[in-house]
Design a protein around this ligand. Structure first.
Ligand SMILES: Cc1cc2nc3c(=O)[nH]c(=O)nc-3n(C[C@H](O)[C@H](O)[C@H](O)COP(=O)(O)O)c2cc1C
Length: 405
């Protein structure tokens, strides 16, 4: 199977024409034996390379190239399959963009391509990507995070817990902070529901008859607020999850929550409801009215898992929350993934235009955090900072600059 891969990267050091020649000679010899063809663009700082050939050869070569110490910030831009090669017969065409005027770039790339590929110019993603990167002479089209080696994560001593189940307590909650590391601040705690034995929300809700799901979803929040009160979290925001239909199914849902909040000596302004969209919203009008009631009561609203399941663009178009939590599947490996980077940059821009605070969920790697910070995300949740703690506040790991050697 013929596959095509495009990535970009940054040269670690300035590269002379001779060094570049040497790299290309070495590449061509190896590519010939691997049956790989392609194109390498270099503008003095960034590489953009296209590799095409048998899928396995392309993948293993990309793996080798990714580990090459001559460049870093390797980001995959495209992985695709096609019926023919664009650079047939060329073990690695090279275009040194430093030698070219902007007006020459697109035609030179096309010249290097096979005739068959040139015919598809107007709607060929490969040509569009190559010319997009080749023509951009400033670097605003690229976001690169700081070097992860500049940071280490150190735990604070803030952990505390409330291990005992209270009489009649049917649910438990695990707390995970949402943090703003630049201010070393906890902006809120998310209360993640667990069963009485500590099981996941999926296990918990699977054991409940569907007809009772929404009622239990609502009632369980009382335990979260009680735990917050016992842990003396009265000056920090508390995020709780709600199924959208829990708000719609019971018209008094918001009043019930307000009673729960007041009963624990908390204030509505402290609470954020995260709308978890594991199910479609059946009745948009009733849902909109329920959101309005939350707003009027002073309760904050966040869209959870944005980009997964049903939590998509139309939900954001229909109602603008205070916070938008970007799903972990989009965050995972973002430092090396071009499509994910393009999506998150667009989300951050939309959030800025709408006054919404974006939050990255499921951050596990220092590299992910470095890239997200560079892209303008300031709030984070994930194992990198803290794992959820059952009935308590976990220790939080804060980034510290590593001392220079
Ligand atoms: C930007 C860049 C592009 C490269 N392109 C190729 C290539 O197309 N084919 C190739 O065999 N090596 C390429 N290399 C070199 C490989 O990373 C690696 O050094 C080479 O394949 C030798 O690997 P080995 O030491 O495992 O044999 C490239 C290196 C860089 C920095």
């Amino acid at each position: 199977m013929l596959s095509t891969l495009i990535y970009r990267s940054r040269a670690c050091e300035p590269m002379s024409a001779d060094a570049l020649d040497g790299l290309i000679r070495q590449a061509r010899a190896r590519n010939a034996s691997l049956n790989v063809t392609g194109l390498l663009l270099f503008d003095g700082v960034h590489f953009v390379q296209l590799l095409e050939g048998p899928a396995q050869s392309v993948e293993s070569l990309f793996d080798t190239i990714g580990r090459d110490a001559r460049h870093k910030s390797v980001v995959r831009l495209l992985r695709d399959h096609g019926p023919f090669r664009r650079f047939e017969g060329d073990e690695m065409a090279m275009v040194d963009l430093r030698d070219l005027a902007v007006t020459q770039v697109a035609s030179l790339i096309l010249e290097k391509m096979k005739k068959q590929a040139r015919l598809a110019v107007s709607d060929d993603r490969v040509i569009k990507i190559l010319t997009w990167y080749a023509l951009a002479r400033d670097t605003s089209h690229i976001v690169e995070g700081e070097d992860a080696a500049n940071w280490r994560f150190v735990a604070d001593e803030g952990a505390s817990s409330e291990p005992c189940l209270q009489p009649g307590q049917t649910y438990q909650f695990a707390l995970q902070p949402i943090v703003e590391p630049a201010r070393r601040a906890i902006t809120s705690f998310e209360f993640l529901i667990r069963s009485q034995s500590g099981g996941s929300p999926e296990q918990l809700f699977a054991s409940v008859p569907p007809a009772q799901r929404y009622r239990i979803d609502l009632e369980s929040k009382a335990f979260a607020f009680r735990l917050a009160s016992r842990l003396c979290l009265d000056d920090i925001k508390l995020s709780v999850n709600l199924l959208p239909m829990s708000l719609v199914a019971d018209p008094s849902a918001v009043d019930l929550m307000l009673d729960q909040i007041a009963g624990c000596g908390l204030s509505p302004g402290q609470v954020i409801v995260e709308i978890t969209e594991q199910e479609a919203i059946v009745n948009q009008r009733d849902f909109g009215a329920a959101i309005e009631r939350l707003r009027r009561a002073g309760i904050g609203v966040a869209i959870d898992d944005f980009g997964a399941g049903f939590a998509g663009l139309s939900l954001l178009a229909d109602f603008q929350p205070d916070k938008l939590k970007i799903d972990r599947k989009i965050i995972q490996n973002i430092h090396a993934d071009g499509p994910r980077q393009a999506i998150v940059r667009a989300i951050v821009e939309a959030c800025a235009a709408l006054g919404i605070t974006p939050v990255a969920e499921g951050v596990e790697r220092v590299e992910e955090w470095c890239w997200l910070q560079a892209a303008g995300v300031e709030r984070f949740q994930g194992y990198l900072f803290a794992r959820p703690a059952l009935n308590g506040v976990p220790a939080i790991h804060w980034p510290q600059r590593t001392p220079p050697h």
